[in-house]
Structures are given as C-alpha cells and as structure tokens.
Design a protein around this ligand. Sequence first.
Ligand SMILES: NC(=O)c1ccc[n+]([C@@H]2O[C@H](COP(=O)([O-])OP(=O)(O)OC[C@H]3O[C@@H](n4cnc5c(N)ncnc54)[C@H](OP(=O)(O)O)[C@@H]3O)[C@@H](O)[C@H]2O)c1
Length: 375
Amino acid sequence: MGKFAFLIHPLSLEDVARYEPGAKGKGRAIIEKILSWMPCWTTAHITGVRSQATGKEIEGWFITVPLMPEHFVTLPREEVYGRILRACEMAAELGAEIVGLGAFTGVVGDGGVTIAERSPIPVTTGNSLTVVAAVQSLLRGAREMEIDPAETTCTVVGATGSIGSAAVRMLGDSVGRMVLVARNQTRLRKFAQEIAGEISAPVSFTTDVSEGVRQAQLIVTATSSTLEIIHPEDLQPGAVVCEVSLPHDVSRRVAELRPDVLVTEGGNMRVPGEPRFMRVREQGEEFDLGLPPATALACMSETMALALEGRNENYSLGRGIRLQQLYEIEEMAARHGFELADLRAFDVAISPEQIARTRDAARVARLGRAVGGNP
Ligand SMILES: NC(=O)c1ccc[n+]([C@@H]2O[C@H](COP(=O)([O-])OP(=O)(O)OC[C@H]3O[C@@H](n4cnc5c(N)ncnc54)[C@H](OP(=O)(O)O)[C@@H]3O)[C@@H](O)[C@H]2O)c1
C-alpha cells in the first residue's frame, strides 16, 4: 500500500484548538507560548483513499508543524526549516514515501526547494493541482455569474508567486486582459515581460491591490499575506473572486456588504474511495478538516494523487510551475477520481439558491453601474 504524509499548521487560534483540543479556551499569549515549545505531532491518520482507475488504496498522516502563519515569516529561516524538516523525518519514520507541504510550510523561503534538498523523502507543495482547481473554480464561478472570460479582465493578486504565476499561465489564453498584482515591482515587471510572450491576453501590472482589483470582473487571489487585502469597496458589480490564499485574504466584510459578488474558495476537491480522517491521539474521533466529508484541499489531493500513481518524486516546487505539469496533474488526479468540490465561501457551502440570488443581485448592480449609479 502506498503511503503519504501532509504537513499542516494552524492558520488561526481556532485552528490550534481544532488540532489540539487541550488548547480550547486558552488565550493567545498562552497558546503562542505553548506552540513555541511544542514539537511536531502526528495529528490524523487517513485511510480509504482509493483510485477509481486502478483500485489501489493508500494511507497517510497529517503532521502538524506548530507555527502560526506569521511565525513562518518572522522567525529565523533556519529555525522554521528545522521544524518543517523534523516533520518530514517523522513522515519518513511512519513509512510515507512522499510528503506534501501544506499552506505556509510550502511558502516559506523558496517554495519547498530547500526542504526537498534536505528531506529524507520526496516533497511537493501541491501547488500544481491547487492551480488547476482554482482555475476550474474561477471558470465555474464565471459561468454561474454570466461572465464570458474572453470578454473580461482577470486580475491575479500574488501573480509572481508559485500559485499566482501558474494561474496566470493557465488563464492567459482564456481571458480578455490580464492584470498582475504583487508588492515587489521589480519581480512584477520581470514576470510581466516574460509572460507577455507566452499568453495571448494583453498584460499590465500594478503594486496597488485596490487598483488591480478595481479593473477586473474575475479575480484570483493567492498571496502569502497574513492580513485581509481584498476589500468590498474595490470589487466591481457582479465580480467573481477565487480565493486560494490560506489564511484567507478576502475581507469577511465582502460577505456582508456585497451580495452581488461571488467569492469561491479556490482549492477544494472530492477525494475518491471512502476517505476517513481520524485523530491519532483521540482514538475513534474524526479529525475536522473544516471541509465537507470526503473533501480535501487540492494541495493534499495532489500529494494523494502522486501516491496513488506511485510517483514518489519531488513534484511542485519553487515559483516556476510550467503548463505541462499542470496538465499532467490535472489528468492524473481526474483519472484517479479527484473532482472539484462544490463551491464554498468564507468556510461554508454556497447553495444553488444563494448563487441564484448573487446572480440576480449582480444583474441589478451591473445595471445600476451602467446607468451611472454606485455598485
Ligand atoms: N487552497 C489550497 O489548497 C492552497 C494550497 C497551497 C497553498 N495555498 C495558499 O496559497 C497562497 C500562495 O501560496 P504560494 O505558494 O503561491 O506563495 P508564494 O509563492 O510565496 O507567493 C505569494 C505571492 O503573494 C504576493 N504577496 C504577498 N503578500 C502580498 C500582499 N500583501 N499584497 C499583494 N501581494 C502579496 C507575493 O509577491 P510580493 O512578495 O512581491 O508581494 C507573491 O506574488 C498561500 O496563502 C498558501 O497558504 C492554498
């Protein structure tokens, strides 16, 4: 049986309690103190993931790296690498043949390259399938909201990153115009020049998130920001926002103030077989991933798909994922039975009725704008 592991970490204080029930009810200061001395631990055991194509079954483990998103960017780089590598060693000790780097464990430094060099087993960030799922999710959102991508502007926030740059490549021949957003202007300009020769959509760039967002009906956000950066005031009437970033970077105020905007979480997939995510310490208890049953993040799904395929090799690493790799993992995941999960936003499912209401509100808001009103 193939074996995999996937590294997770708390994205918020609520997450700490979800991963470690002993932390429930404790304040931020105590939790941060506890995290600073806590070793990595094996949080969940995954069974029942089975390929639709071959019938092969795999098992795996979620290993928690006890650092919050801000710790990954503020602590000394070698200390963070040390913690991640300890988790990779634990994965190898459990018998895993490949390990996925979840959320900021795959963002820190060079996007998994250094970790892969030092890890005892092959590594992937899972970013290729994340991009595939995000693009599918964005295009599904566009269909629901009656937007023709070829006629519209798409803004990618975090465009120079591992996920953002690959999303630009994958969407670049399908949208009318492409706007790239990130903070570092030098990297942004260089990437804009490089990509302009690869995709058919005209390309522009800005370091101002609001300015970039204001130009588009379709938005992908895949940043390593630990703060909310997409605000309701900037969104066009009837816009679709595909939010890949973890932690979330779309303001929760969008849900309250913009009934005409469709926000979708970019990267959730249904896992084939009868997957079970069980706690390791609290025997018999399910591990709450915060997603519907049999659903996992696309980055986890990529790690599982590679294990099902027996492709125990370094896969998505660094910030230059090519189209060929995106199409390869898309085909591989689909063959084993992974599918895009139902749309979700702000941690809850979006019902068809809710989408219909958003579509109606978007029609009204677009009309209002067309006759000179505010969105
Ligand atoms: N949903 C999923 O399944 C899934 C899977 C994997 C990863 N993720 C999440 O996806 C996000 C991106 O991951 P990645 O590996 O692509 O990271 P990455 O390679 O580090 O890229 C981050 C990008 O965001 C930009 N950025 C950072 N802060 C920004 C800000 N305040 N305003 C505008 N741009 C900003 C960076 O450029 P500058 O530094 O120049 O601004 C860069 O372009 C992370 O939040 C990660 O946790 C989600």
